[in-house]
Each structure stands twice: as C-alpha cells, then as structure tokens.
Ligand binder design. Structure first.
Ligand code: GLA
Length: 377
C-alpha cells in the first residue's frame, strides 16, 4: 500500500523555482543522504515545475526534459536518486500548461503517465493551472489516477488543486494519495499560520492512503529561495513543523538541504515528532484551548496508535502569553483518578503529571509539544 503513512521527502519548488537543474538536485540528494534524512524517514526526491522544454516533441507528442537543465535526461537523475536508496518524483498539471507555463498533461494524461513511468518515476505531483473552462476538476484527477494505474509502475499520486471543489470530499475516490488543500505557502509566519488554521476542522478527512497536504515545509529557508518571502525565525519553524506533525500532514522539505543548519536538521529529524507525524492511525487532533483569550492560541491533543498521546501548545499570537487546557476537554473526567504524564519531545525530559489542567507560558509564535501517558493521579 502506498501512503500508509504521510509521505516524507524533499521538493525543489520552495527554494529553486525555475532555477531547477540536474546539478542542484544531485547536490541536494548528496546532502540529504549525508545528513541522515533518509534514515530519519525522508524518502521522495520530487522535481517540481519548470523541468521540461516549453513545447512537446512535435513527432512523439511527449513532454521533453529541458536539455540545458537536464543534460543527461531524466532517467539519469532518477537512477541517481534510486542508487541512493531514495524514490523519484515528477510534476505535471491537469490543465493545458503548468503554473509556470510549461506543457501540462490535459488530454495527454496516459502518454505522460507512461513517459514518467519510463523515467522510473515513483511519485507525481499534479497541479491545477490553465484548466479549460469546459474541464471538470474532479474528472481530471480521476483521469490521471487511471493513467497512473495504466502506466505499468506504482506511482504515488499527489494531487494539487489547492482545496478547490471541496477536494477533501472526493479526492480519495480518484486514487490520489495526498491532496493539497490550500494555496501556496510562503516562507513567513502569517502564510504558514493561515494555511494551518484553514485546515484544522478538515483533518478528519485525512487518513492512511490519502493525506491532507498543507504544502511543502519552509523550515530552514530563512527567507532565501523562490518562496522565501519574509523569512521565519527558529520559533516559527518549530511551530510549523510541530503543526504539520500534529496534523499527520506529508513532510516534504522545501529548503536548500545543502545549507540546512544543525538546529533545523535536529528539528526535522526529531524522532518524537516524526513518530507523532507517522503514527499509523493518523488521527486528527482534538482542539482544546481554554483561555480567557481565545485568539490564535491552540492546544492540539492527538491519540496515538500505541495507547499514548501527543499534546501540543501553540502560541500563534504576537505576544508571549500562557496557553492552557482543561483536561476534561480531552475526555479525562475529574472523577477518573487518572492523570497525564508528559515528556518534552525536544529534550526527552519529564515535564510532570497533570490531572486537572495544564497552563504553560509560551513565547510568541512558539510551541511546546509533549508525548503523554495515562497514569494514576
Ligand atoms: C502551483 C503549486 C506550487 C508549485 C507551482 C509550480 O502554484 O501550488 O506548489 O508547484 O504551482 O509552478
């Protein structure tokens, strides 16, 4: 089964945009392996938009890699990725052109899926620009879903229609394994926060086999690269990564892996956070913040498959302040005689035992995340 757990990997778009080419991909793959991202669970190396020539081959009708960007062709890149024990991903679009104006797959779905299979492709991100007025969005995803099944290769289908047509209601039926539910992320706190909060009530639709994709991470970009508009602090990135993990969202890194700092590497390879993200039941969290000021503070509580829990306190506001929850909101009644014992995911240190409420002071934009166990009060 593909996408049994939220897919993890790296995508070229956030940092490289149109400047994607063989050299930067191979260098990023090398850095990826050297830094231990593969061992941490990251798997797919995905080439986003802007990899092809501006027009199809007039004779074969096929999309052709741009020979200046990919002098050895796409199979070469795919073989390199596979030789490192990783999986290879490509990008196309359901409309006539891609979002950055390269050939789209509209009316060429089966040919393109076969071409991608010939490259040794394991993952296809499928965008939504240049859709003809007469085209039906859900049908276009069904069509590529079929084309991938007919391609002769097992290919993870990553739909990207930005939440249009209430995508969460029908996307699983197309065979897709993940679905972009929002517009594009930019590397700033407001963009990330808007995306996360827009999905908090739709997470019940995300489950093994097909996950709500809140977009590629900007963790580690620090304002550099294609979507590096504004930039984030380390606290912003802790919050972004923490939210994606609590949401069971795909973890597709988008920074330049060659320049990942030790702190950000430690964050994206944190074994507790990855365990929370990759939990096989992928349950949506309960939101249970109970403060006098409910603006943009969140407490997310998530059941894990082994009987433990994750609980995250997020201060999405602009000032340092307490974030609190009443444990009754999580189902823990006062008469139960039970308490939650917390362990900090960042330090593995015990944080204490709580049987009534939890109140933690959290700096602006930051978060605290814990694993929790039920114990006698
Ligand atoms: C859309 C997608 C982005 C990226 C670009 C490429 O905007 O949402 O993730 O793939 O297209 O042009």
């Amino acid at each position: 089964m593909l996408a049994k757990r939220p897919p993890m990997g790296w995508n070229t778009w956030n940092t490289f945009g149109d400047a994607v080419n063989e050299e930067v991909i191979l260098e990023n793959v090398d850095a990826f392996v050297k830094l231990g991202l593969r061992e941490a669970g990251y798997e797919y190396i995905v080439i986003d938009d802007c990899w092809s020539k501006k027009q199809r081959d007039p004779e074969t009708g096929k999309i052709v890699p741009n020979p200046e960007k990919f002098p050895h062709g796409m199979k070469y890149v795919s073989d390199y990725v596979h030789s490192k024990g990783l999986k290879f991903g490509m990008y196309s679009c359901a409309g006539t052109r891609t979002c950055d104006d390269y050939p789209g797959s509209f009316d060429h779905e089966f040919l393109d899926a076969k071409t991608f299979a010939e490259y040794g492709c394991d993952f296809l991100k499928y965008d939504f620009c240049y859709m003809p007025d007469t085209a039906n969005g859900p049908l276009m995803y069904r069509r590529m879903g079929m084309a991938l099944k007919a391609s002769g290769r097992e290919i993870l289908f990553s739909a990207c229609n930005w939440g249009s047509d209430e995508v969460h209601k029908w996307i699983r039926s197309t065979g897709a394994h993940m679905y972009r539910s929002t517009g594009d992320i930019h590397d700033n706190f407001e963009s990330m926060k808007k995306i996360a909060l827009s999905q908090e009530n739709l997470l019940g639709y995300s489950a093994p086999g097909c996950f709500n994709d809140t977009d590629m991470l900007t963790v580690g970009m620090f304002g550099k690269g294609h979507v590096g508009i504004g930039g984030c602090t380390e606290a912003d990135y802790r919050t972004q990564f923490g939210l994606w993990c609590m949401f069971s969202a795909p973890l597709m890194l988008g920074c330049d892996i060659r320049t990942l700092t030790p702190e950000m590497l430690a964050l994206v390879t944190n074994k507790n956070l990855i365990r929370i993200n990759q939990d096989e039941e992928a349950r949506p969290p309960i939101e249970s913040h109970t403060g006098w000021d409910n603006s943009d503070k969140r407490v997310y509580f998530k059941h894990l498959s082994d009987g433990e829990f994750a609980i995250g306190f997020f201060n999405l506001t602009e000032r340092d302040q307490p974030v609190q929850t009443n444990l009754t909101n999580l189902g823990l009644s006062a008469s139960s005689g039970m308490a939650l014992e917390l362990t900090d995911v960042m330090t593995d240190e015990a944080f204490g035992k709580f049987d009534e409420y939890i109140n933690i002071h959290i700096p602006a934009h930051d978060c605290r995340i814990f694993l929790a166990k039920l114990v006698e009060a």
